[in-house]
Design a protein around this ligand. Structure first.
Ligand code: CP
Length: 320
């Protein structure tokens, strides 16, 4: 692959999953593949898991990884074409990104949506400018609309925990959860898009009215406002908050309590519970779920290394 910006760049998902699981068994299997190569990891927003797991993945492949917190460590960037830069931004992405292209062989970038201008956020205006002006392969470390490294991780984790039974496909439920802040739709969009492209799950999305995601990402998934019905016989429950797509970036009061509790899990098929983290305890998920054997959240975050390593290995192979 050239870039890794969404599922559309992933090619064969099962091949990436297999590669990732091989790296999990033998992290240093390709420790010279990235020798002499350097990856820049540029964050326009905070991160723990993505930042550390991608650094570790690069190092396992013999690459040097350099992290850069734009705006904090460097000049604040301008993204408007034709901007008269007499305000707070000090450097245009048109000038900064080509330099990054000289310093690095691969560039990872994390951006976030404004949650104010839907059209602009959904055009991936910021990420696309790094692609356009850097001239090197770009890996999304989460963007305005998707989080592909997280979603690949989620499919790896589901694959590891597939129930041993005759049922052809596991039932995977993405359920909305409450939150105190307006969050992006990107993890939920991305999870939906990847599960649909993977095609190996019965996929249901449960969310309150006013929270339907963009159909471009949910495709043919069943969407319901009835969380209890959705959870029935679920094998995997993916919990995530997102702000409204329809009333863009807004928090609309939900009629019922959507926090996932142990009681609610009783109707599932002893479901494995997932979340991308960070999680607001006793707001999104109860302590008793997070601390129970049903939770595979820590393992899921651990798998971020192997997902990043599979993607970086694929890009490095293309650079040979
Ligand atoms: N899940 C995730 O992307 O975590 P970070 O924001 O800590 O990277």
């Amino acid at each position: 692959m050239k870039n890794f910006l969404s599922v559309n760049d992933a090619g064969d998902i099962n091949f990436l999953v297999k590669t990732a699981l091989n790296f999990k068994k033998n992290p240093l299997a390709s420790q010279t593949l990235g020798k002499g190569k350097r990856i820049g990891l540029m964050f326009l927003n905070p991160s723990m898991r993505t930042r550390l797991s991608t650094q570790i993945a690069a190092q396992n492949l013999g690459m040097e990884a350099i992290v850069f917190n734009a705006g904090q460590d460097g000049w604040s960037l301008e993204f408007e074409e034709g901007a008269v830069m007499n305000g707070s931004t000090a450097e245009h992405v048109k000038d900064a990104a080509p330099i990054l292209g000289k310093y690095f062989d691969i560039l990872g970038v994390r951006t976030f949506p404004s949650l104010k201008n839907r059209e602009e956020d959904y055009s991936e205006k910021i990420l696309q400018q790094f692609v356009k002006y850097s001239g090197i392969p770009v890996v999304s470390l989460e963007s305005a609309t998707v989080h592909p490294l997280q979603s690949l991780t989620d499919i790896i984790t589901i694959t590891e925990h597939l129930p041993v039974k005759t049922k052809a496909k596991p039932k995977v439920v993405l359920t909305w959860a409450p939150h105190v802040k307006a969050l992006p739709q990107c993890v939920a969009n991305s999870f939906s898009q990847w599960i649909n492209a993977w095609g190996q799950a019965d996929f249901i999305i449960a969310n309150p009215e006013g929270y339907n995601l963009d159909k471009e990402f949910t495709g043919d998934a069943t969407i319901t406002n009835d969380q209890a019905q959705a959870l029935k016989d679920a094998d995997f429950v993916y919990v995530k908050n997102w702000s409204s797509y329809k009333y863009y970036g807004k928090i609309i009061p939900a009629e019922k309590d959507w926090m996932l509790t142990k009681n609610k899990l009783a109707v599932t098929n002893n479901a494995r519970v997932m979340h991308c983290l960070p999680v607001r305890r006793n707001v999104e998920l109860s302590d008793e779920v997070l601390d129970s054997d049903n939770s595979i959240i820590t393992e899921e975050s651990g798998n971020r290394v192997w997902a990043a390593q599979a993607v970086l290995a694929d890009i490095l192979n293309g650079l040979l």
